[in-house]
Design a protein around this ligand. Structure first.
Ligand code: GBH
Length: 437
């Protein structure tokens, strides 16, 4: 069964930041610090999904989806990151899983979508290698409770973005700007992933995956310095996270560091534990030129000549086909089946007086990308699922509530949900799928 779903993340939708024993996460700390997010927005309330989850499951059921990717808030389950387990936190996800299954929707939990328990950050966070076995223990705690009902687990969401935005550039929590000093964060996340794969399987998990966000990298020209820079960017964004997991070795990182002392003997065997699937989040390609003088071995040349989303990201549906066929070409039989675990766009959505949101741009985006996905499948790529980012307008990290990615509009003053035109489009698209097969 091909999985058709939507995707969300705990900190972006749940709210209830201090309820039922939830501990603090690095996103609570970061967002509450003045100047970190646009207009000082936080996820304290977000979509209030923690209280409105029944309504949100009903919205998904109305769409005719058969899967839902959500993330589990680590500090709800283990308020201090390790040690004591908060039963009320686990109960929330237990109820959610049961409600999804009752609605015919397969639950696909992600264990880490960036909301690290603050108490672990205080011990060095992802810069500290000790976090890896702690994450595996958390994975075990969650799986012991849910594995009997969950068909597919995702360990981490986008370790590249968490490293780059959170630790290299300081735009996301925990707000560290270590530049290439952030590379151990990549390795410790991958090690945590590998140990968690073992813990999940030992606790009865059926299928396990990792979600990487990948981008096709286009050299700005055919000149050698641009081509070399594009290769260096591909190494950092894509291969740093795919190679060790799929083929058990790191790409050449000499453009970034000469010191791989954080990689210990035996780590790569753990990291390359076989997976049942690879999650891919796709938003857009990246165009790269020769270095500027900021110390990095590349510069972002920007993409012109394509429509852009409200975020300014270029809309290039064929980039998804290019990405998937490129992964197949690079990894061959080492590439497991793929799930597109996120794809979607922000738009300048307006709720009209008639109570409608005419998001034609989002419909075109989804239609184009699903078409590109089908082409990749026709070209031999094994894709098993597609999840729209996102079900609801939600807390878009550093952008706060300014970027709307939902199929469903949320009025954050009243928490009123209004399905957009794209919701109706996807519903009829999915209904057609069911009659086709
Ligand atoms: C995902 O990250 C996250 O998993 C999710 O939580 C988030 O809400 C969602 O996407 C939407 O942002 O400047 O034109 O080169 C996406 C990671 C990193 C993808 C930045 C697009 C820049 C586009 N994104 N990237 S561009």
């Amino acid at each position: 069964m091909f999985l058709w779903g939507t995707a969300t993340a705990a900190y972006q939708i749940e709210g209830a930041a201090e309820e039922d024993g939830r501990g603090l996460s690095i996103w609570d700390t970061f967002a509450r610090e003045p100047g970190r997010t646009r207009d000082g927005h936080t996820g304290d309330v977000a979509c209030d999904h923690y209280h409105r989850w029944r309504e949100d499951v009903a919205l998904m059921s109305g769409l005719g989806l058969n899967a839902y990717r959500f993330s589990i808030s680590w500090p709800r389950v283990q308020p201090l990151g390790d040690g004591a387990v908060n039963a009320r936190g686990l109960d929330f996800y237990d109820r959610l899983v049961d409600a999804l299954l009752a609605a015919g929707i397969q639950p696909v939990p992600t264990l880490f979508h960036w909301d690290l328990p603050q108490a672990l950050q205080d011990r060095g966070g992802w810069m500290n290698r000790e976090i890896a076995p702690i994450f595996a223990e958390y994975a075990r705690v969650v799986a012991e409770r849910l594995a009997d009902r969950v068909p597919l687990w995702i360990t981490l969401n986008e370790p590249f973005v968490h490293m780059a935005f959170g630790h290299a550039l300081g735009m996301h929590a925990p707000g560290q700007a270590l530049l290439t000093g952030a590379l151990p964060v990549a390795h410790h996340q991958l090690l945590a992933h590998g140990l968690a794969v073992g813990a999940l399987r030992a606790s009865g998990a059926r299928q396990v995956a990792l979600t990487n966000n990948c981008t096709p990298v286009w050299p700005a020209s055919a000149e050698e310095p641009d081509v070399r820079a594009a290769d260096a960017y591909d190494v950092l964004h894509n291969r740093l996270f795919n190679d060790p997991v799929l083929i058990g070795k790191y790409p050449d990182l000499s453009a970034y560091t000469g010191d791989l002392g954080f990689v210990h003997d035996g780590d790569l065997e753990i990291i390359s534990a076989p997976l049942d699937a690879l999650g891919i989040n796709y938003y857009n390609p990246t165009r790269i030129a020769a270095p500027a003088d900021d110390g990095l071995p590349f510069s972002d040349a920007g993409i012109t000549g394509h429509p852009v989303t409200a975020f300014g990201w270029p809309v290039v549906p064929d980039g998804l086909r290019e990405l998937l066929t490129g992964l197949k070409a690079r990894y061959g039989d080492a590439l497991p089946p793929i799930h597109i675990t996120e794809n979607g766009c922000s738009q300048e959505d307006v709720l009209t007086e008639r109570g409608t949101v005419e998001d034609a741009g989002r419909i075109a985006y989804l239609e184009g990308h699903i078409g590109a996905l089908r082409q990749a499948m026709d070209e031999g790529v094994d894709v098993r699922g597609y999840f729209v980012w996102s079900l609801l307008d939600n807390f878009e990290w550093a952008e706060g509530y300014h970027q709307r990615f939902g199929l469903v509009h949320v009025d954050f003053a009243t928490q009123r949900r209004t399905p957009k035109a794209s919701y109706a489009w996807l519903r009829s698209f999915l209904a057609d799928q069911n009659t086709d097969t």
